[in-house]
Design a protein around this ligand. Structure first.
Ligand code: NAD
Length: 384
């Protein structure tokens, strides 16, 4: 079996799907690994490093793709909506692609790829279950995004984060408010605390209160009924428009006291909830900074422009996209560990074992045998 690692083509993507360090463990499973020349360069991994770990390097991309039984990528079609047609044409029918695919946002594209008889595994659909922890790349990337979001806020803020007692005066610490305390939010809390800020955090799921407090932040409780806020899988459940309206009003008093607001609220497979609408935005202080990590999913702030930093009424609103790619070394290390663990889990006697009785395989498998096979993607295809 030939496992190929092409160079990423998405503009500004600096990550590589497989790092040299993870090559030997995969080779032990009896496969061959071929890496496109230069694939690891933006993540500081030179071709020679792959060769020294036992992988081959290929200059000709079409040749690489046409020989591949399994393709490992960061951004596959869907996660890269301009994925090169020539790459797709080069792949053999029956080849498998393991990558971020955004299949719930792009179900029609997934159907057409299934029609090419590609086996598709979406790294972004690997369930957050204990058994899959080492494969959970959404958590890895969210952790990096939460860290980086705080650095962006600190960079844009007109004030320092820590308490400073100097001969030229005493400066109080910045007040940071984190909305959504999942993986990205918890890392944002930890990073803001390390920079010396006073941190408050809020989440729909009361279960995270303890985690927030253990990081040294104050948990904000709102007078809202949240006993059914959490799914059995530990994610937030989508709420009604009325719920979100009341929530926005209750949040506004906390926004008014904040120097920095970091929003990370997400409901899997849905558009991000709007928690800062235009009218609520009026409550923010001039000089404050909003970093909206949900920018790619529609934004938690209605003013957010994905990929841009704008100034509205003296408030800076940052809508970062693809933050993990800005930490390419560690992001690639984490992604590579996640994807190589997943591949090892799939391999049995030198072939992919597509056993859908296993929850991890069933939930991440999008297409196989010429058909779309994923229940959530089939629902998305019907617009449900
Ligand atoms: P997560 O599911 O772990 O956390 C999201 C949190 O939001 C959950 O704790 C959930 O309870 C909470 N939430 C949902 N609705 C809420 C509401 N109405 N009010 C308050 N809290 C609410 O998700 P994550 O992995 O931490 O990712 C967070 C966001 O960051 C996602 O939108 C993700 O796409 C985004 N992200 C962005 C980048 C980037 O580069 N911009 C990178 C990685 C992740």
């Amino acid at each position: 079996m030939i496992v190929a690692v092409p160079k990423e083509t998405f503009p500004g993507e600096n990550r590589v799907a497989l790092m040299p360090a993870n090559v030997p463990a995969l080779l032990k499973a009896g496969i061959e690994i071929v890496v496109e020349s230069g694939a690891g360069a933006s993540a500081l991994q030179q071709d020679v490093a792959y060769v020294s770990q036992g992988a081959a390097v290929e200059d000709d991309r079409t040749r690489l793709l046409s020989r591949a039984d399994v393709l490992l990528m960061v951004r596959g079609p869907g996660a890269d909506t301009n994925f090169p047609q020539s790459d797709l044409n080069a792949l053999r029918p029956g080849a498998a692609l393991i990558a971020f695919l955004e299949p719930l946002a792009e179900p029609d594209l997934m159907k057409s790829l299934a029609g090419r008889n590609l086996t598709l595994f979406a790294m972004d659909l690997i369930p957050r279950v204990t058994r899959a922890q080492q494969m959970d790349t959404l958590s890895s990337m969210a952790m990096l995004a939460g860290y980086k979001a705080v650095l962006l806020a600190a960079q844009a803020a007109p004030r320092m984060f820590p308490l400073m007692m100097t001969a030229a005066g005493t400066f109080t610490p910045a007040k940071v408010f984190v909305i959504g305390a999942g993986v990205a939010g918890l890392q944002a809390i930890a990073t803001a605390r390390r920079l010396g800020a006073v941190v408050e955090a809020y989440d729909l799921r009361p279960a995270v209160k303890e985690q927030v407090e253990s990081l040294g932040a104050r948990f904000v409780e709102l007078d809202l009924k949240t006993d059914e806020a959490e799914t059995s899988g530990g994610y937030a459940r989508q709420q009604t428009d009325d719920f979100y309206r009341v929530q926005r009003e209750l949040l506004s008093q906390h926004l008014a006291k904040s120097d920095v607001v970091i929003t990370t609220a997400a409901v899997p497979g849905k558009r991000a909830p709007v928690l800062i609408s235009r009218d609520i935005f009026e409550n923010l202080r001039p000089g404050s900074v909003v970093v909206d990590l949900a920018a790619e999913k529609g934004g938690n702030c209605s003013l957010t422009k994905p990929g841009e930093q704008i100034l509205v009424d003296g408030v800076t609103v940052i809508g970062p996209v693809n933050l993990p790619s800005e930490v390419p070394l560690h992001a690639s290390q984490m992604y590579s560990k996640n994807i190589s663990t997943f591949l090892q889990f799939l391999l049995q006697d030198g072939a992919l074992n597509v056993d859908t009785s296993d929850e991890i395989i069933r939930e991440s498998l999008v297409a196989h045998g010429g058909r779309l096979v994923n229940a959530a993607v089939l629902k998305a295809l019907k617009g449900e």
